[in-house]
Ligand binder design. Structure first.
Ligand code: ADP
Length: 322
């Protein structure tokens, strides 16, 4: 059994009489990407701040362990094992990218030589070598995010919290960041990612928890979540019109697309349902030329679970990210 990088039971937090997190359970296996997905104000940043020891959990919370350490009794050990980047960036715009990096090396008590070696390697890895001697304030949003992650990696964390790492980035910088996140996990790091972008969670996360109104509305892989809601179907296509017509007569439950010579049968996309559809086709003597399984996408799930409207995509530009 893999061990858990993050295990939280009944995580709670209130501000005054406003409940922000209402008892959420999290279990994140080591070496995976976990995404906390939710609309603005759902409590994502609050969860990250608690798990990364920036603020304390509410007194009614259950046990919370990060990197195997109890958050309440051993926050120092948690801090030594994690890195945090995102909305509260550590990047200082007045000094250069390289100076920002070297400062982190000092903070982690690396020797001068080791610090220089580690920083140069990370600047190279994140394509920042050419910009290393320029003030960080001159960097684009994407470059700042890359520097931020590079700075976090100086401490060689086992768990990285990324709070909305691509909010406001242009599509190209976003894809670039996705690649970086995937590479982190290849190297064994656990990533806890918050996002309001469904596509991002779908692309990256091994497991997704949908946070809504301080509660986890659903949790699972993207595929499991998609199976939770109706809308999935199996589509059968025929090349020959007369075969299509006889199939349509035999499968009265199916909805017809006469133009495409296709039939749609409602299905949750599970193996069990697929098998029963295939058995049914066999017994009716129907052979389709194409068979495709359609599951609802994450948007459908998100809207069904949160009742939320579409989160604004790219409503910021590169320049006003920070
Ligand atoms: P998200 O990251 O999902 O957008 P947040 O965790 O930032 O959500 O915020 C969740 C809710 O908690 C919001 O309604 C926000 O106004 C409230 N909140 C966050 N921090 C504080 C605070 N320090 N004092 C009072 N309310 C807060």
């Amino acid at each position: 059994m893999t061990s858990l990088a993050i295990a939280a039971n009944g995580l709670r937090k209130s501000y005054g009489d406003k409940t922000v997190l209402d008892g959420i359970d999290l279990a994140v296996p080591e070496g995976t990407i976990f995404s906390l997905l939710g609309p603005n104000g759902a409590g994502k940043t609050t969860a990250v701040k608690i798990l990364s020891t920036l603020i304390t959990a509410g007194p009614a919370s259950g046990e919370i362990r990060v990197a195997g350490h109890d958050l309440a009794t051993d926050p120092q050990a948690v801090r030594a094992a994690i890195g945090v980047t995102g909305q509260f960036s550590a990047v200082d715009g007045l000094i250069t990218g390289e100076e920002n990096m070297l400062l982190m090396a000092d903070l982690h008590h690396l020797s001068k030589a080791e610090g220089r070696r580690v920083c140069a390697a990370l600047l190279e890895r994140f394509d920042l070598t050419d910009a290393a001697k320029k003030p960080a304030s001159t960097y684009s949003g994407g470059m700042k995010r890359r520097l931020d992650i590079a700075m976090t990696l100086v401490g060689d964390p086992r768990i990285i919290f990324l709070d909305e790492p691509t909010t406001g980035l242009d599509p190209r910088s976003r894809h670039n960041m996705w690649q970086i996140i995937r590479e982190l996990v290849t190297n064994g790091v656990t990533v806890f990612l918050t996002t309001q972008y469904l596509e991002e969670a779908d692309q990256l996360a091994d497991r997704i928890a949908v946070l809504n109104d301080g509660k986890i509305a659903a949790q699972g892989t993207a595929e499991e979540l998609k199976r939770l809601i109706p809308g999935g179907h199996v589509r059968l296509r025929f090349y020959d019109p007369s075969t299509y017509r006889s199939a349509a007569r035999a499968l009265r439950e199916a909805s017809r697309d006469d133009e495409a010579l296709a039939l749609q049968i409602p299905s949750d996309g599970s193996q069990r349902e697929l098998r029963s559809i295939l058995d049914w086709l066999d017994s009716a003597g129907i052979e389709a030329d194409e068979l495709t399984v359609h599951t609802p996408d994450l948007d459908d799930v998100f809207f069904a679970l949160t009742g939320s409207t579409v989160p604004a995509q790219n409503n910021q530009t590169e320049e006003n990210v920070r």
